[in-house]
Design a binder for this molecule. Structure first.
Ligand code: TIU
Length: 222
């Protein structure tokens, strides 16, 4: 096993490429494009687009380096049996989860809006985790997949920083994984949450993990 180091805060992260996975959280039309769930929640979805190009560069490097690449999608079964009533009711949305929107039924598996944006579309051999919650470990087989491959380190990208990325990093941290979040590969509808969300991860000696950026992670993988 080859030992390498990612330049990161609060201090360099030692990792082994064979035991490292790139996890891309919820880069779906529903969050990044107009007419999806993100916009129905009242957000300016254009704020998330800055994460696309750095994540694409990192994805290509990870593929070239032979890393396990995992994609996640937040969404629900068409019959909504996996959607908590509290989640369906939240926000009193005019067009909410399961309702018809311009990209199909909002946040429903199989709909156009639910799928991953073309720039970051999964390769045929890359696992896609469909999750009903914000965290990628909750009621999914992500932990099993990572354990079966001996994965210890996660490079976590995606949207949104303080919601699904943070929840997943916290879940991973409690399960013993070491997470590094490249700051330019995650996005938030709220610039202050982006800044504070990243600060929270690396504070207190890396209480949830490490923060780096695409360039430094790519350099470590190259
Ligand atoms: N609303 C918001 O910021 N995020 C979500 O609802 N889901 C994810 O973060 N994927």
């Amino acid at each position: 096993m080859s030992q390498r180091t990612i330049d990161a805060e609060p201090y360099p992260l030692a990792f082994q490429p064979e035991a490292t996975a790139l996890v891309i959280i919820d880069m779906q039309r529903d969050f990044l494009e107009p007419g999806g769930f993100g916009e129905m929640l009242g957000n300016d979805v254009s704020l998330l687009r800055s994460a696309i190009e750095p994540t694409k560069a990192l994805l290509e490097t990870a593929r070239g380096a032979g890393l396990l690449v995992i994609h996640t999608r937040e969404g629900h079964r068409p019959d909504l049996t996996d959607a908590p009533p509290a989640k369906l009711a939240r926000g009193h949305l005019e067009v909410g989860i399961g309702d018809a929107g311009p990209m199909g039924r909002v946040l429903i598996r199989g709909e156009y809006g639910h799928d991953i944006i073309p720039e970051l579309y999964p390769a045929a051999d890359e696992p896609v985790i469909d999750k009903s919650g914000k965290g990628a470990f909750y009621e999914t087989d992500l932990d099993l997949i990572l354990n079966n491959r001996g994965i210890k380190t996660l490079i976590v990208c995606g949207v949104t920083t303080e919601v699904c990325v943070h929840t997943t990093v916290r879940e991973a941290n409690d399960r013993g994984y070491e997470c590094v979040v490249p700051s330019d590969c995650v996005g938030s509808y709220f610039p202050e949450f982006q800044r504070i969300g990243l600060e929270m991860i690396k504070a207190q000696g890396g209480i949830f993990g490490w923060v780096s950026d695409a360039g430094r992670v790519i350099e470590a993988l190259g």
